[in-house]
Design a binder for this molecule. Structure first.
Ligand code: COA
Length: 523
């Protein structure tokens, strides 16, 4: 490594330090006092519940831990819910677990988004869903942002019913007071377990019952576990403590008669020949400095072995097949602006991967498609659309990682969130917006000048430029994005290979063994 890459490595290391500190905020949940109160009630903290549920020593791929970052006065760590994929009794499952130390596990807008997103991932990857329920329902002061619309709380129940109907098991364990929406999670599950003494299910809690029908009743009589297991039949199993409830969930999963699919011609996983630890020094934190994406790929794929497609043509889009943890993958990675040639090459490559049933990985570092007279006369609008169309209609699982800028239509051509990749992760150096802060401030000030009748007030223009730049800088920050669930989490460059390995395994295990063949249309 030279001096420049050393200093890039150091500045990236600082960014990683920031990421790790912010993750501590997410893990701390509602803080020491509420955690102590939780434990005094005989309840286990949410992440420890997950540890007890998972097969010992197996990994847990947590999703969007920084949801809610910088929002709600910092009072809703991880959006009050932990979601992620882990192995239970040998079966990969989606785990969706409320953190009752964060506002009683009630649902903020980001909680709802995170819950619904976890279900979407489960659905697409055909994973059983395990709900560890400890949930006060909608966070009432923000009910207009969590209750009425599509994608809100109701959608999570719709998903639960639809997934169950498609044979994807929905299983719950109830650890705390579950009111209203919180009650429907176990009520709509295929099977549920309740913990005696602390687990409660009621459509309306004691205050609501009093207000609605003037009945005065305590919570245990109204919706306690014993009543529901012995009288109402709302739950199927009574557990004497949380550990027993978690063991019961494990036993139910063990009895699911679950067999994963799988078509990939998998090879043994071999590490890259080049050190993944060098990626930060290659990439750096300065988006204006280009880097050769092949140097990144060589540190990400098995044996650093890449089979490049059309290496002499459309060189600003690297298309290559490789293996990651033994799974075949077709990679599209930016190495500059997208021209007509690179777009056509990308579309052709996607057709090949469709035919061979090879999942696609998009590594985004893109300012956009080429602009200007020459590009327009060359049909960039038509050719970029071909890439966008191929991305949208690909018949194989797709994954996206933002490893640099994600600007403009380049975001679409490289399978941004709007194009529904199975997973989308970001690196700490990434930025996402319609355009960069510098370009945005120029565009808006030019528009302002053009709309003025007389000469421009230069001071006003400078203020507009400064405000636009500030706004775009704030909003394109990866933490702004991850807080709002525009991605499935910020990950470190060195972790990326392992994360992708899990994604590829899940995709393979959910791919039916028998599928029709796809033709290849040459571009
Ligand atoms: N909306 C708004 N705030 C809520 C809430 C909700 N649905 N559920 C809990 N909270 C808040 C509490 O006001 C409290 O806030 P504070 O710390 O700022 O004072 C915090 O979350 C913790 O609640 P607390 O009651 O102290 O926790 P708990 O563990 O003893 O009980 C619940 C948890 C969920 C059983 C209980 O809070 C409850 O019954 N909440 C109301 C449930 C309800 O009626 N939901 C209807 C939704 S449509």
């Amino acid at each position: 490594m030279d001096n420049d890459s050393d200093s890039r490595q150091q500045s990236y290391e600082k960014a990683l330090q920031t990421l790790r500190e912010r993750l501590q905020w997410a893990v701390a949940g509602g803080g020491d006092k509420l955690r102590a109160r939780h434990q005094e009630r005989g309840k286990i903290p949410v992440r420890e519940r997950i540890d007890l549920l998972l097969d010992p020593g197996s990994p847990f791929m947590e999703l969007s831990p920084l949801a809610g970052w910088g929002m709600h006065n910092g009072e809703v760590p991880a959006a009050g819910i932990v979601t992620g994929i882990g192995r239970v009794s040998g079966v990969n499952c989606m785990i969706i677990a409320n953190d009752a130390t964060v506002k009683g596990g009630s649902f903020f807008p980001e909680t709802t988004r995170k819950h619904v997103r976890a279900q979407e991932i489960a659905w697409e990857n055909r994973l059983p869903c395990l709900y560890l329920v400890d949930c006060g329902g909608a966070f009432l002061p923000q009910q207009d942002r969590v209750f009425p619309d599509y994608g809100h709380f109701g959608t999570s129940f719709y998903h639960q019913c639809r997934m169950s109907a498609e044979g994807l098991p929905q299983l719950s364990a109830v650890f705390g007071g579950c009111t209203a929406g919180g009650a429907y999670i176990p009520a709509l599950s295929d099977e549920s377990v309740m913990v005696n003494g602390t687990g409660r299910i009621h459509l309306g809690g004691p205050p609501i019952v009093k207000a609605a029908i003037s009945e005065v009743v305590d919570a245990e009589t109204l919706g306690g576990a014993s009543m529901h297991a012995r009288v109402s039949g709302v739950t199927d199993y009574l557990a004497m403590n949380e550990a027993e409830a978690l063991q019961r969930l494990r036993d139910i999963v063990a009895g699911l008669n679950w067999r994963p699919e799988g078509t990939a011609a998998r090879r043994p996983s071999i590490p890259p020949k080049f050190d993944p630890g060098e990626i930060p020094g290659i990439v750096g934190m300065d988006l204006r400095r280009p880097f050769d994406v092949k140097e990144v790929l060589l540190r990400m794929v098995d044996g650093s072995a890449l089979q490049e497609f059309k290496p002499e043509y459309g060189e600003t889009l690297v298309c290559a097949t490789a293996h990651i943890h033994g799974y075949p993958v077709g990679i599209l990675a930016n190495n500059g602006v997208l021209f007509s040639e690179s777009s056509l090459k990308g579309a052709h490559f996607i057709e090949l991967c469709n035919q061979r049933r090879i999942p696609l990985l998009f590594l985004q570092n893109i300012t956009g498609f080429m602009v200007g007279t020459e590009a327009e006369r060359g049909g960039i609008a038509k050719h970029s659309a071909k890439l966008v169309y191929a991305v949208a209609t690909a018949r194989v699982p797709r994954f996206t990682v933002l490893i640099g800028g994600s600007y403009g239509a380049g975001n679409y051509g490289m399978c941004g969130r709007g194009f529904g990749p199975r997973f989308l992760f970001s690196w700490p150096n990434s930025r996402i917006a319609t355009m960069s802060p510098e370009v945005a401030s120029t565009v808006l000030s030019e528009l302002r000048r053009a709309s003025l009748k007389g000469p421009a007030d230069e001071e006003e223009i400078r203020a507009l430029q400064a405000e636009t730049k500030r706004q775009f800088e704030e909003q394109s920050d990866p933490y702004y994005a991850t807080a709002r669930l525009w991605d499935d989490g910020i990950i470190e460059p060195t972790q990326t290979r392992d994360v992708l390995g899990i994604c590829l395994q899940l995709a393979d295990e959910s791919t039916p063994r028998f599928q029709g063949q796809s033709p290849v249309y040459r571009m």
